[in-house]
Design a protein around this ligand. Structure first.
Ligand code: GDP
Length: 165
């Protein structure tokens, strides 16, 4: 999970994982401030990595942070969920992050968050130009479309065969 501060990553993380979360800190370089949790869906368990960690809420996503988040997503993840705030305009850091992630070729999902009240797709319109094919309007706070997001992400994940577990 990647995205600018304040788009709702923590809210989404908590909704997806419940209370099972662990903070990994004090490693140098890009491994600092990742937060790991487990998501159970459809009888399977996936690991969720929140790259947003400890970036202050009021700080714009600075270039080094863009590259750090992209790198963590690209190196560690089978699939990447980029979270944006559907109530705000598309911003340059969103474009930059999307561009880097798309180049990686990893499955990329755009979770357009905070679509609480309008028709679920209305607020997502701004973000279609990011070029991310898998766009899902959600409300992390109210739980709208969370199941759809999980269906799509879990569909591309590879799990160990049951007999190997
Ligand atoms: P993060 O910095 O990306 O981890 O964002 P947070 O999860 O801390 O959320 C930032 C703010 O957005 C908080 O005030 C949340 O309550 C709010 N927020 C998160 N999800 C939603 C949502 O679906 N709808 C609305 N209206 N607010 C939300």
């Amino acid at each position: 999970m990647v995205g600018r501060p304040n788009v709702g990553k923590s809210t989404l993380f908590n909704r997806l994982t419940g209370t099972r979360r662990s903070i990994v800190g004090d490693e140098p370089g890009i491994t600092r401030d990742r937060i790991y949790g487990e998501v159970e869906w459809d009888g399977k368990t996936a690991r969720l990595v929140d790259t947003g960690g400890i970036v202050p809420d009021d700080e714009a996503l600075i270039p080094s942070e863009i590259y750090r988040q992209a790198k963590v997503g690209i190196e560690e993840a089978q699939a990447i969920v980029m979270v944006v705030d559907g109530r705000t305009e598309l911003a340059a850091p969103d474009l930059e992050l999307a561009r880097i992630l798309l180049r990686s070729g990893k499955p990329l999902f755009l979770a357009v968050n905070k679509i609480d009240t309008e028709a679920l797709d209305a607020g997502a319109e701004n973000f279609r130009q990011l070029g991310i094919h898998n766009l899902i309007a959600i409300s992390a706070e109210h739980g709208h479309n969370i199941g759809d997001l999980l269906d799509e992400v879990f569909a591309v994940l590879k799990f160990p065969a049951e007999e190997e577990e």
